[in-house]
Structures are given as C-alpha cells and as structure tokens.
Design a protein around this ligand. Structure first.
Ligand code: AP5
Length: 216
C-alpha cells in the first residue's frame, strides 16, 4: 500500500496514519515528525527548519523532498508506506512522482480528510503529545487516563509550539494557498478519495480502511 493522507492541520492525518500502520504493517512517514525530531536534536536541518515551523510557514521544498527521498529507499518501505504531511506543494508532488518512478513505484491511493475549520481549531488547541514517545492525545476527544501523563509510557504530555492561535491561523492559510491545489492534482491523476473527517476517530478509521480494502 502506497498511500498519501491529505488534509489541513488537525484533520487527523497523524491519528489515522498510526492506526493504519498497525492494520497494514507499513511505515508512517511524517515529515512534521521528522522535522520536529531534527529541531529537538539541534541538527543543521533542524536549525534551518525551526523558524519556518514556528511561524506556521512551510519548510523549503528542497529540504523536505530530500528527507522523503532518503526515507523512501529504506528497506521498510519495500511493501509500501503512508505519507503523512507530504507532499504539501505542487513541486513536492511532482518530485514525489519522479522519485517513485525511479524506484519503479507509484502512489496507489490518496485520501483527503475533510474537516470544518472551526473543528480544526478545537482539535489543534486541545491536542497534547507525549514528550517521550510521541503518542497523541486530545483533552476532549482522546483524553489520557491521568491528566498530563502519557498512557503508553508515563511521559509528560506537552502542547506543540505551533498549536497556538496565531500560528494555527497561519498554518490554515498556508494550507489553503499551497496544499489545497493537490486535491485537484490527485483527482486528475485518478487516485483521490475523500473521507468525512468530522466523524469520530474510529468511524474515520473504518471509512479509510474500507477504501483501502483492509479488515474493518
Ligand atoms: P505537521 O506536523 O505535518 O502538521 P500539520 O499538517 O499541520 O498536521 P497536524 O500534525 O497538526 O495535524 P494532523 O492532521 O496530523 O492531526 P492529528 O491526527 O494530530 O507539520 C508541522 C510543520 O512542519 C508545518 O507547519 C511545516 O512548517 C513543517 N512541514 C511538515 N511537512 C512539511 C512539508 N511536506 N513541506 C514543508 N513543510 C513541512 O489530530 C489533531 C488532534 O485532533 C489530535 O489531538 C487528535 O486526537 C484529534 N483528532 C484526530 N481525529 C479526530 C476526529 N476524527 N475527531 C475528533 N478529534 C480528532
């Protein structure tokens, strides 16, 4: 399965990707997670990416295309992968098509998660992430058993720096301007399906798995 999950910030791409990893045994490739890890490590790439991410802008295409090219040739991508947060611009989509062609591969499916803007803001403001293992929670929709503590590893739950109101607004407009055109791009390519991302997490998961032919 070679899948792209499309959708605005907070649509549920990461949440669904993690569920699909268990179902289909293929890796999740989240450019956001890779970039946040680079920022945390203070690597040259992280230092370069930080100011873009803090403002809600996109990191330059050549940086993220390089990350994905390196990741796709790893052996765990042999039987497929789930791209979460990539591509996000038309040049990134073209670069992905070319990279996959060189590898003799192609995207099987692009799923666009559709969510109202008011719901996105509530989701992002309530999101909490484990500082140790990266597990995701939501104060209202997926609350941890113990406030502020990760159910999986006991780590501290933190709020992402780009989940503050001003940055959320900027991320939404960046999505509309630079990423939304990809919906049409993949519709024309014949690979696009849309899923109602306003449904509860498990219902979205069922709809996605049904589209992909996995067990519901
Ligand atoms: P990235 O990390 O990719 O952020 P994003 O696209 O803004 O997406 P999010 O992670 O915020 O949302 P999501 O759709 O994964 O939602 P989630 O499942 O967490 O990118 C961050 C930054 O990195 C970018 O701004 C940019 O600077 C840079 N970057 C990354 N990729 C790049 C690229 N390709 N090019 C250039 N720059 C790049 O869900 C959100 C919350 O809602 C959670 O709390 C969850 O529990 C809850 N939730 C999920 N589904 C539901 C549901 N159905 N009902 C109720 N609650 C739900």
């Amino acid at each position: 399965m070679k899948l792209i999950l499309l959708g605005p910030p907070g649509a549920g791409k990461g949440t669904q990707a993690k569920m699909l990893v268990e179902c289909f045994s293929v890796p999740q490739i989240s450019t956001g997670d890779i970039l946040r890890a680079a920022v945390k490590d203070g690597s040259p790439m992280g230092v370069k990416a930080k100011s873009f991410m803090d403002s809600g802008a996109l990191v330059p295409d050549e940086v993220v295309v390089g990350i994905v090219e390196e990741r796709l040739v790893k052996s765990d991508c042999e039987n497929g992968f789930i791209l979460d947060g990539f591509p996000r611009t038309l040049p990134q989509a073209d670069a992905l098509t070319k990279t996959l062609a060189v590898l003799g591969k192609d995207i099987d499916s692009v799923i666009s998660l559709e969510v109202d803007i008011e719901a996105l803001v509530v989701r992002l403001a309530g999101r909490r992430t484990c500082s140790a293992c990266g597990s995701g929670f939501h104060l209202q929709y997926e609350p941890p058993l113990k406030s502020g503590i990760c159910d999986s590893c006991g780590g501290e739950l933190i709020q992402r720096e780009d989940d503050c109101e001003d940055t959320i607004r900027n991320r939404m407009s960046v999505y509309d301007e630079q990423t939304l055109p990809l919906v049409e791009y993949y519709r024309k390519a014949g690979t696009l399906s849309c899923v109602d991302g306003m449904l509860p997490i498990d219902e979205v998961g069922k709809a996605v798995r049904t589209l992909l032919g996995g067990s519901v």
